[in-house]
Design a protein around this ligand. Structure first.
Ligand code: SF4
Ligand code: SF4
Length: 163
């Protein structure tokens, strides 16, 4: 979804958003019921999941010698084994859909080292292009909406009519 902002080559050299530590494991992708079924059926039959309050995450193993959790769907030489079928959270990264005072907003994570080098107008243009789909997914799967985090720049706010 973000081909106009990021190239596969840039992401292949980075992979920051496919690796977590205990402070940002909350950023791990939320797995909807249908995505979990697809993972088990088509990508990783042995994948285990972790239930959290109202949502489901992939079970990831901590690295033996560091506080790091590589996504269980990451092939470290080829990238995400799901390709374009990756979870919605990953498709829109580094955009995040968050709830601020009951209103859904699309924010930009400060973590992605590549997107933050892009001109703001390009970031905003892409965000507007995909905002309808993001808000529509948020309506269908409210579990993907995270609480707003102070300091995250808000790029788009959902209107009261849902657009
Ligand atoms: S953090 Fe940004 S540049 Fe790095 S892999 Fe993720 S989307 Fe690509
Ligand atoms: S599902 Fe794929 S894109 Fe998402 S964090 Fe895991 S490896 Fe990365």
């Amino acid at each position: 979804m973000l081909k106009n902002l990021l190239s596969k080559e840039e992401c292949a050299k980075c992979r920051i958003c496919c690796c977590f530590d205990s402070s940002d494991i909350w950023e791990a992708p939320v797995i909807t019921q249908s995505k979990a079924e697809q993972i088990l059926r088509e990508y990783k039959p042995g994948q285990e999941f972790v239930k959290r309050e109202g949502h489901t995450l992939l079970k990831m193993e901590k690295e033996p010698d560091s506080d790091l959790y590589y996504c269980s769907l990451l092939d470290r030489s080829k990238g995400c084994i799901m390709g374009d079928e990756k979870p919605f959270d990953c498709k829109i990264w580094p955009f995040r859909v968050m709830s601020l005072n009951g209103v859904n907003v699309i924010t930009l994570s400060p973590v992605c080292p590549v997107v933050k080098t892009r001109p703001l107008e390009d970031i905003m243009k892409v965000c507007w292009q995909i905002s309808d789909e993001i808000f529509s997914q948020a309506k269908a799967h409210p579990e993907i909406v995270k609480p707003y985090i102070e300091g995250y720049p808000i790029i788009v706010t959902q209107n009261s009519d849902g657009c």
